[in-house]
Design a protein around this ligand. Structure first.
Ligand code: PGA
Length: 248
C-alpha cells in the first residue's frame, strides 16, 4: 500500500439547491463522523451558492470543503467572480482549478490556470489541478506528451508542491461513461509523477472521469492512483460514500 494518503473529491458542479445540497452534506458528514477516524480524506466542492451553508453543516466532521474555481486576484472590480481568499474565509481548504469544463466553456488557458494556482496557494488553499487529453489526442497517441506539457504549463513557477493535488481527467471520459483501463490510468499517473520530479513521489495524484461505485474498485486498486475526483456520482451520498470506501 502506498504511503500517500488517499483522497476522494466530490465535484457537485452546478447541481444542488439549498435543501438538496444540505441534505447531501449532512448525510456525508454523518457517515464520516460514524467512521472516525477516516483513513482517507474526503472533500466536497459544492456550488459557490452553498459554500457557507455546507461549511456550517459539515463543521466538526472529518469532511473537508472545496471550491470549484477561483479568480486570480484577491479582490477587485470583477463582477460575478470570487477569490480564493473569499473561499478560504468560508472554510474551504481546497479548490478545483483548470477543470476541462472551464477550459472549454470559459476558454481557460494553462497560463490562466497557473495564475489561479498561485492565487489559491497564497490564500492557503490546496489546488486540485485538472489535466487530461481529448479524444483526438488519445487517438493520435499523444496522451503522455499532452499531459506533460499541460501539467508544466498549468503550474506557477513558485508552485508550493505541498499544496498541490493533480487530477488526471481525460476530457473524453468526463460525464461520458467511458474510461481508460486502470492500467492505462496508472501509466499516465506515472508520467505525471515523473514530470513533477522529486515532489511527484509524495504528491497525491487522483483520477476523474465517470467514476461510479461500480467501476471505482479496480481503479483505486492501482497503487499509482491516490484517489478519485467524482462528478455526477458525487451527488448521491450512498454512492459517493461507496466510492470513498474503496479508498481503504
Ligand atoms: P464525472 O465528472 O464523474 O461526472 O465524469 C468528473 C469531473 O468532472 O470531475
Amino acid at each position: 500500500m502506498s504511503k500517500r494518503r488517499r483522497l476522494i473529491v466530490g465535484n457537485w458542479k452546478m447541481y444542488g439547491r439549498l435543501t438538496s445540497g444540505l441534505v447531501l452534506a449532512r448525510d456525508l458528514a454523518e457517515k464520516a463522523q460514524a467512521n472516525k477516524p477516516l483513513d482517507f480524506d474526503m472533500i466536497i466542492c459544492p456550488p459557490a451558492t452553498l459554500t457557507w451553508a455546507v461549511s456550517e453543516t459539515i463543521m466538526g466532521s472529518p469532511v473537508m470543503l472545496g471550491a470549484q474555481d477561483c479568480h486570480t486576484a484577491t479582490h477587485g472590480a470583477y463582477t460575478g467572480d470570487l477569490s480564493a481568499a473569499q473561499f478560504a474565509d468560508l472554510g474551504c481548504r481546497y479548490v478545483i482549478l483548470g477543470h476541462s469544463e472551464r477550459r472549454i466553456a470559459h476558454g481557460e488557458t494553462d497560463e490562466l490556470v497557473a495564475r489561479k494556482v498561485e492565487a489559491a496557494q497564497l490564500a492557503g488553499l490546496t489546488a486540485i489541478v485538472c489535466i487530461g487529453e481529448t479524444a483526438e489526442q488519445l487517438a493520435a497517441g499523444s496522451t503522455a506528451e499532452i499531459i506533460e506539457k499541460q501539467l508544466r504549463a498549468s503550474l506557477p513557477d513558485k508552485c508550493r508542491m505541498a499544496h498541490l493535488v493533480v487530477a488526471y481527467e481525460p476530457v473524453w471520459a468526463i460525464g461520458s461513461g467511458q474510461q481508460p483501463s486502470p492500467a492505462d490510468i496508472a501509466t499516465v499517473h506515472k508520467v505525471i509523477r515523473k514530470t513533477l520530479g522529486e515532489a511527484g513521489e509524495t504528491m497525491q495524484i487522483i483520477y476523474g472521469g465517470s467514476v461510479t461505485p461500480v467501476n471505482a474498485g479496480p481503479i483505486l486498486y492501482e497503487m499509482e492512483v491516490d484517489g478519485a475526483l467524482v462528478g455526477s456520482a458525487s451527488i448521491n451520498s450512498d454512492g459517493f460514500w461507496a466510492i470513498a470506501e474503496k479508498c481503504r
